[in-house]
Design a protein around this ligand. Structure first.
Ligand code: DSN
Length: 413
C-alpha cells in the first residue's frame, strides 16, 4: 500500500490487521479461499472506475475499448474453461447471477423447485427471507433423514406434484456428489428448466476433479472466490439458446453497470484455473477434506452423510455434547475458523444448531497436506474437549500460529 496509509491511516491499519489475521489463522470456512495476489491487483486496478453499461461493442458510454477487451477475454476463457456455449461474466455475485437466471426465462409467480436451506440449499433458492421467494412460488425438496443424501425418488415425486417450470440443484452445505443426470431426467419429465448453482463447487469442476453439471443443465451459476480462488463476483453459464435472455436479464434486467475490475479478476482466475498448479490444489482440496472427515470420525465426531466427496465436511458436534455456535466460538478463539451450520433433522433450536461446516480449500491453497490435516483434526478435538482449560487453549493457539507461519499465504511472496 502506497497511497492509502497517507489518505486514511485508520483504514490502512485495518487492512494490515486483516492481512495479519489471514496469515495467522487456519481458515476452514467452506465458502472461503485464499486468492493469488494478482487477483487483488486486478480488483484494485484502474478499471475500478469504468462505467460500462451494455455488452462488448454495444456500450452506452464512450471509452470502453479496453474494458471490452477485458470482458471478451473473460468470456473466451470462461467458455473454454467450463466448456460452456454461452457465458455472462457481469453478475456482481452468486445471488445476482441466480436472480438473473430466474428472470431470464420465468415470469413473476412461476413455480421453482429447489433444495431446502436446512438440508443444504441456499437463501437465493427461495428462502422466505430472500427476495427470490417474493417473486416466484418455491417448493423445496430435501435429503433423506436416515442417509442424509438427496432422495431422488422423493424429488421426482415432489416435482410431479408441484409441476415447477424450473428445478434448482446445488447447495451451500452438501458434502456429496450430486447426480445431475438424474435431476435432468426429472426436469425433462415435466419440461422444466434445470439450473445448477455450483457456487461452492466451481473450482473443483474447473479442475475436473468432480463431475460438471454443464452437460445436464440449461443454466449453471458460480461465484469466483470459493473453491474457484478468484475475487468476488458471479458468472452465468448456459445453453446457447438461452444466451440472449440471460444477457438481457443481467443487464438491464437486474443490474446497471458491471464492475470491470471484477470482470478482470474473473478473466485472470479463468486463465490460472487452466494451469496444472490450480488442478493440483483442487485435487489436494478433495484429499484433505476426506482426510479431515476420517480423522474427526475416528475421534468420535459424527460426520453428516458419513463422509465427503467435495471440499466440505459437515460435523454434527452434538455427538460431543456441543452446539455449532459454541464450537465455532471456541475454535475461533484458537485461530481455527469454521462456521456453525444447521444439519438435516437438526434437534437443536435455530439459534443453536448442531452442525459445524468445515472446508478444505484455503488450507490446501496454502500448501497444507495430510500431516497438517491430521494435526488440525487433533487441534480441533483438543480445543473443543478442553474448552474450559485456558492453558490448553493457549497452547493450541500457539500451535496454530506456528503452523500458519510454516504455510504462509502472502508473506512468502
Ligand atoms: N453461500 C454462503 C456460504 O456458503 O457460506 C456464503 O457464500
Amino acid at each position: 500500500m502506497e497511497f492509502l496509509p497517507k489518505d486514511d491511516p485508520e483504514l490502512a491499519g485495518l487492512i494490515k490487521n486483516e492481512e495479519f489475521r489471514i496469515e495467522n489463522t487456519i481458515d476452514l470456512i467452506a465458502a472461503e479461499n485464499h486468492s493469488p495476489r494478482s487477483i487483488n491487483e486486478a480488483l484494485g486496478s484502474v478499471f475500478n472506475t469504468k462505467t460500462i453499461e451494455g455488452y462488448p461493442g454495444k456500450r452506452f458510454h464512450a471509452g470502453c475499448v479496453y474494458a471490452d477487451e477485458v470482458e471478451n477475454l473473460a468470456i473466451t476463457r470462461g467458455k473454454q474453461l467450463f466448456g460452456a456455449e454461452h457465458i455472462n461474466v457481469q453478475p456482481h455475485s452468486g445471488t445476482s447471477a441466480n436472480l438473473a437466471v430466474y428472470f431470464s426465462v420465468l415470469e413473476v409467480g412461476d413455480r421453482i423447485l429447489a433444495m431446502r436451506l436446512p438440508h443444504g440449499g441456499h437463501l437465493s433458492h427461495g428462502h422466505r427471507a430472500s427476495i427470490t421467494s417474493k417473486c416466484f412460488e418455491f417448493n423445496h425438496y430435501g435429503v433423506d433423514y436416515d442417509t442424509e443424501l438427496i432422495d431422488y425418488d422423493k424429488v421426482r415425486e415432489r416435482a410431479h406434484e408441484f409441476k415447477p417450470k424450473m428445478i434448482v440443484v446445488g447447495a451451500s452445505s452438501y458434502p456429496r456428489i450430486i447426480d445431475y443426470e438424474k435431476m435432468a431426467e426429472i426436469a425433462k419429465e415435466m419440461s422444466a428448466y434445470l439450473f445448477a448453482d455450483m457456487a461452492h463447487l466451481a473450482g473443483l469442476v474447473a479442475a475436473n476433479v468432480i463431475p460438471s453439471p454443464l452437460p445436464s443443465c440449461d443454466f449453471v451459476t458460480l461465484t469466483c472466490y470459493k473453491t474457484m480462488m478468484g475475487g468476488r463476483g458471479g458468472v452465468i453459464l448456459c445453453r446457447r439458446q438461452h444466451g440472449k435472455k440471460v444477457d438481457r436479464a443481467v443487464f438491464p434486467g437486474c443490474q446497471g453497470t458491471s464492475a470491470v475490475n471484477s470482470i478482470a479478476a474473473k478473466a485472470l482466475i479463468f486463465k490460472l484455473a487452466m494451469t496444472p498448479e490450480f488442478a493440483a490444489i483442487q485435487k489436494k482440496t478433495l484429499e484433505n477434506a476426506k482426510r479431515l472427515a476420517k480423522e474427526l470420525d475416528s475421534k468420535g465426531y459424527r460426520i453428516v452423510t458419513g463422509g465427503t466427496e467435495n471440499h466440505q465436511v459437515l460435523v454434527d458436534v452434538s455427538s460431543k455434547g456441543l452446539d455449532g455456535n459454541a464450537a465455532e466460538k471456541i475454535l475461533e478463539a484458537v485461530g481455527i475458523l469454521t462456521n456453525r451450520n444447521v444439519i438435516p433433522a437438526d434437534a437443536n433450536s435455530p439459534g443453536k444448531v448442531s452442525g459445524l461446516r468445515l472446508g478444505s480449500s484455503a488450507v490446501s491453497t496454502r500448501g497444507m497436506a495430510k500431516p497438517e490435516i491430521v494435526k488440525i483434526a487433533d487441534l480441533i478435538d483438543m480445543a473443543l474437549l478442553g474448552c474450559d482449560d485456558k492453558g490448553l487453549l493457549d497452547r493450541v493457539l500457539q500451535t496454530v500460529i506456528a503452523l500458519c507461519k510454516k504455510f504462509q499465504v502472502y508473506n512468502s511472496g
